[in-house]
Design a protein around this ligand. Sequence first.
Ligand code: DQA
Length: 172
Amino acid sequence: MPPTEYARSSPTSECKVLNAKKGVITKMKILIINGPNLNLLGLREPDIYGRRSLSDLEVICTDAVSGTGTDLAFFQSNHEGAIVDKIQSAYGVFDGIIINPAAYTHTSVAILDALKAVCIPTVEVHLSDISSRESFRQFSYISLYAEKTICGRGFDGYTEAIAYLTEKYGKH
Ligand code: DQA
């Protein structure tokens, strides 16, 4: 369980510039980051993560934004530093981040700090319901920054995250 002094810090109190963008971005650019072992989707523990691949996920997300004006970019890495570098490079480029940090969810202060540094609206996604799995999966460093966390919805979690970001920050 998380120590009690940990609290989700709302980006709305820290990111005044980005707050000004709510509901006004005409062509949203969203970066979708997948962490370690998610390149093995379909092969990896299919009873938990399903039989579809990472490429299948990217097609589903791309289809979900087709004709909407939203642009997606995909990044997967098994390396914490590469994920930190990617988040840093998103500053000034992307309007939203969707991240499944995989095992780094439960260990990475570095990814948490990178997200806080760039201050881009972020949705955390997990294919499985981490709250009902082993105790070591039940705490997420990333949840301390992410403005929304979606767990246990499989691939739908990603399209729900896209919908959340585009509805909140995109122009309607
Ligand atoms: C995961 C859950 C994590 O605990 C695990 O380490 C993963 C995948 C999920 O999508 O359910 O690699 O993030």
